[in-house]
Design a protein around this ligand. Structure first.
Ligand SMILES: [Cu+2]
Length: 154
């Protein structure tokens, strides 16, 4: 039993090494200098359909995502010039644009291809920003993102 486990472990270990090797090769290859990012058309943009910077609104709030120059596709579906929405909610620092966006309370993924959401926010000011991600949840190149807006919940 032990030797089987040891064998499996060593095979896994070799596989991991191989994988790292491949990743290392890929990262050194100029063809993939862009890593997991995909190109976005120059005229692509995302925007809040009915929210503007400085708006005073009530919670729960319906937030509708607008996208122009690209299409929406669910996460995991690779199709040229598409992506899915991410809502950056009260996010202070922009995330790393080279790697998949993490999923946190400040970075909300809409990986099913949703184009709107209803959020509950406390009274006071909040910032909202939209950022499109590709099938890997990685922002495009250049990133397709909206202005960061501040809204007041009353
Ligand atoms: Cu995502």
């Amino acid at each position: 039993m032990r030797s089987i486990w040891a064998k499996t472990y060593s095979a896994n270990n070799q596989f991991t090494k191989l994988l790292f090797g491949i990743l290392l090769l890929l990262s050194m290859n100029s063809v993939s200098a862009d890593g997991l990012r995909t190109a976005a058309p120059k005229d692509a943009h995302v925007y809040f359909i009915d929210l503007q910077d400085g708006d005073t609104v009530k919670s729960p709030l319906l937030v509708r995502f607008g996208l122009s120059g690209m299409g929406v596709a669910p996460a995991g579906v690779e199709q040229k010039h598409t992506g899915h929405h991410h809502l950056l909610l009260n996010l202070e620092d922009m995330p790393d644009m080279e790697i998949p966006l993490p999923s946190t309370e400040n970075i909300v993924h809409f990986g099913k291809g949703q184009t709107e959401t209803t959020i509950e926010l406390t009274e006071g000011t909040h910032t909202l920003q939209l950022l499109l991600g590709n099938h890997y949840h990685v922002p495009h190149n250049p990133p397709v993102m909206s202005d960061k807006i501040t809204i007041i919940i009353k």
